[in-house]
Ligand binder design. Sequence first.
Ligand code: GTP
Ligand code: MG
Length: 195
Amino acid sequence: MKITSVEFIKSVENIDHIPKDNLKEIAFAGRSNVGKSSLINCLLNRKKIAKTSSTPGKTRLLNYFKINEKFYFVDLPGYGFAKASKTERVHWQRLIESFLTQSPNLKGVVSIIDSRIGPTKLDLQLLEWLKNLNIPIILAATKSDKLSKSALLNQVRKYSNQLSDFKLKKITPFSAISGTGKKEVWREIAILMEH
Ligand code: GTP
Ligand code: MG
């Protein structure tokens, strides 16, 4: 996909304030600190359009980026932040749930797991929601630069077995540092956007 423009539109805390211009959307979800914002920046060839941080749990809002004046990327708040209070967890759950159920232009969710850790309980919960809502899933295993080729292959094979219930096409190893998987994720996004 040729990126001609990327514009940060807004951060919203409440589903009532999401953009209403009916453009197609792709959302990015994953554990806090897993590398969502880095993956978005990598896909968009921008270093810092989506804010990254080494402190987990920084992004607590839905962040909308308009691409090529045509569609949105939505950076979702990370889950599973160890220090999150119960109130914060409930807030996250409500926000994500309302986003997933009230975004008719949502074409798919890029679910991001850590290639070293694999799907956690909360990742599985999200995948379960997506499955039940019939929302297409693109699965990316990020930080793949932290594993050797053979270890990565082993891990991905293991996760594919663990996730067999979700009928995923594949799990794409990704690295925001080397750009591994960038083409593949874009290809999958482009396919979902055709619908
Ligand atoms: P929250 O918004 O807080 O939920 O985090 P996030 O999921 O957006 O993660 P973010 O992109 O901010 O990255 C978290 C940390 O992981 C940062 O220190 C990044 O530099 C690092 N990181 C992200 N992607 C990669 C990757 O592919 N490889 C390596 N080695 N580090 C990465
Ligand atoms: Mg982030």
